[in-house]
Design a protein around this ligand. Structure first.
Ligand code: AMP
Length: 588
């Protein structure tokens, strides 16, 4: 398939953020795509080469890309940098430079999607001392043969800067329309995606085997399942209203969610965002096989840092010490953990997703043996307000965040948030002090003691319909010096010259960041705002919602994807809830 078809599509998609239009462009693209390249097209659309869990990182540094452009065009590095500064986007700058150049050269070899994909794959796999030179060679050979539009997209993919703003649901809508003629079939595709976490494979299957092929998707060992998520409730009463009296309560531990795949001695760990995190937990890899009484399993657990002497749970932050490439053995002894199991998704070659919660829990307790390192998350069946209250109290006294409430007779809904699981945190109980997970989109340079860091951050909530990040507040309190240092280290590489198109903010910032980091915030109130964009026009025309007196809680949520941040729907619910409380108390 000619790469120019893909480049033209990218170009059209970049010009719109409207979901229906994007879907239409995707349908047209898929209809032109031969079956054998459709999976590659789907990965490339998302700026990837393979599904996330395979951990194939493309990211080439800008400096290296500039050297490759120079090699291909014969134009000096300095001139390219000047053009880049002027354009603010290296892809565009390269297009302008190469436009001038291609007028004088002959095309040598066709640029096809297959060739671009394979070359990018080789680049991603290169390691070692000579890898830089080889990368430059590969990139410049592609640029030599590419038109300026093609070159600009090749570079954007390479730099990890292709952001078309296409949500996975939009891709699935388009696949359903293109290959089954009916958008409603997306539901069937969703199941396949939720159990495989591989959108490319879903695309290839529907293209080659139709819906029948999709219906045969099964859970596969060592291939992560998209996790089930929970809705939040504010009180025991609300939980009972939503669930009746047929549910279990578990401690909600403040650690890292780990999906553990085991067969014999082979163990692979995936994070909540489906990254392979096996390297950070050599202790889990070593100790888990001994605790399992089955040929193979997929389990879910919360890894929690503990105080070695007392065994008490420590906050999530402690686990971040393990996020390192080197000297992990030292971190393992310095920051010990326990692994607290709460679900079983697959056992002895069969899925457990369809089993009810109570049967899964029973199976879990049969298959996993407890010891000092391996635990079950504390659970009890609760019937009324008081029982929930007591268990909540116990959980908090033991250092957990609150409770997870789970319907006893419901299956595991991979990849979805629903009311079969509810979370009840302590903070939700004080009127407006709900904690929110927000995306860091902009920064303001600190003054005085905070010079050299971002003293204040601009934050956004997630708009699920548009798949964008809407500004909701500036936050400058709650940061310790250590937090400011750590945030600076994390955020600095995410600075962009131009605001990412998925950011919706009228407020200006000193610097814009790629929307990639989630932090936790508490606030005193949600108010109507003429400036902020969260839930714009939903409560009042021409106004959004904003947080009053926001404060950082100290939790940098590295484990969360930005699409898991608090959504505008949640913010609206909180806003309405807060009005109800005020009304009930005769405040308004
Ligand atoms: P939240 O991050 O507030 O949306 O809460 C969901 C997270 O709570 C999950 O991703 C898990 O990491 C964590 N968690 C802690 N305890 C449990 C539990 N008993 N069941 C499920 N998830 C839990």
């Amino acid at each position: 398939m000619e790469f120019s078809i893909l480049a033209d599509s990218f170009n059209k998609m970049e010009s719109t953020r409207k979901r229906l239009e994007l879907t239409q462009f995707l349908v047209e693209l898929f209809e032109k795509t031969p079956d054998e390249v459709i999976s590659k097209i789907v990965y490339l659309l998302q700026g990837k080469l393979r599904p996330d869990f395979e951990g194939i990182e493309l990211g080439v540094a800008e400096k290296l890309a500039i050297r490759a452009i120079s090699k291909s065009s014969g134009i000096s590095i300095k001139k390219i940098e000047d053009e880049y500064r002027k354009e603010g986007d290296l892809g565009h700058a390269a297009a302008i430079i190469l436009e001038k150049k291609t007028q004088t050269t002959f095309l040598v070899e066709d640029i096809t999607v297959e060739r671009v994909y394979e070359t990018l794959f080789k680049i991603a796999k290169l390691e070692g001392t000579r890898s830089q030179d080889m990368k430059i060679k590969y990139i410049s050979s592609l640029l030599n043969d590419a038109s300026s539009l093609e070159a600009s997209y090749i570079l954007k993919i390479l730099l990890g800067a292709l952001r078309l703003g296409i949500a996975e649901n939009t891709v699935m809508d388009a696949l359903a329309i293109a290959f089954s003629g009916n958008r409603d079939n997306r539901k069937i595709l969703e199941y396949a995606y939720n159990v495989s976490s591989d959108l490319g494979k879903v695309a290839e299957t529907i293209a080659t085997k139709g819906l029948e092929g999709i219906k045969k998707f099964k859970v596969i060992l060592f291939n992560p399942i998209r996790p089930m998520l929970a809705d939040r409730v504010k009180s025991e009463e609300e939980a009972i209203e939503k669930m009746g009296n047929n549910f279990a309560a578990e401690y909600k531990l403040d650690g890292e969610r780990v999906q553990i795949h085991v067969e014999g001695e082979k163990v692979v760990l995936f994070s909540r965002s489906l990254e392979n995190i096996s390297n950070y937990y050599p202790d889990i890899i070593e100790k888990i096989p001994k605790a399992i009484q089955a040929d193979n399993v997929i389990l879910e657990a919360e890894a929690v840092a503990i105080n070695e002497n007392t065994g008490d749970f420590l906050p999530f932050q402690e686990l971040m010490h393990r996020r390192r490439k080197y000297k992990i053995e030292k971190a393992v002894t310095q920051y010990p953990i326990t692994v607290n199991f709460f679900d079983i998704l697959y056992c002895n070659g069969k899925t457990c997703l369809e089993l009810d919660y109570k049967d899964r829990r029973k199976k879990l307790e049969k298959i996993v043996k407890e010891d000092d390192f391996v635990k079950y998350i504390p659970m009890t069946i609760v019937k009324n307000n008081n029982e929930i209250k007591d268990f909540l109290e116990n959980s908090i006294n033991e250092g957990s965040e609150g409770l997870m409430l789970k319907m006893l007779d419901k299956p595991y809904q991979a990849g979805s948030r629903g009311s079969n699981w509810l979370k009840l945190k302590r903070e939700y109980q004080n009127e407006l002090g709900d904690s929110l997970d927000l995306v860091v989109i902009g920064g303001f340079f600190g003054k005085g003691r905070r010079t050299g860091s971002y003293g204040t951050l601009l934050l956004a909530s997630y708009d699920e319909d548009e798949d964008i990040f809407t500004s909701i507040c500036k936050v400058g309190t709650g940061f310790s010096d250590e937090d400011l240092d750590q945030l600076y280290q994390i955020l600095n590489p995410k600075v962009t010259i131009k605001k990412n198109p998925r950011i919706d903010s009228e407020m200006e910032a000193d610097v814009w960041f790629e929307p990639e980091l989630v932090i936790e915030i508490v606030a005193s109130e949600i108010t109507i705002s003429p400036i902020h964009k969260a839930a714009k026009d939903r409560i009042r025309k021409d106004a959004g919602l904003a947080l009053r007196f926001p404060k950082f809680t100290g939790k940098i949520r590295l484990e969360k994807a930005v699409e898991d941040a608090s959504t505008n729907e949640e913010i609206i619910t909180l806003y309405k809830g807060q009005k109800k409380v005020a009304h009930d108390r005769n405040l308004i």
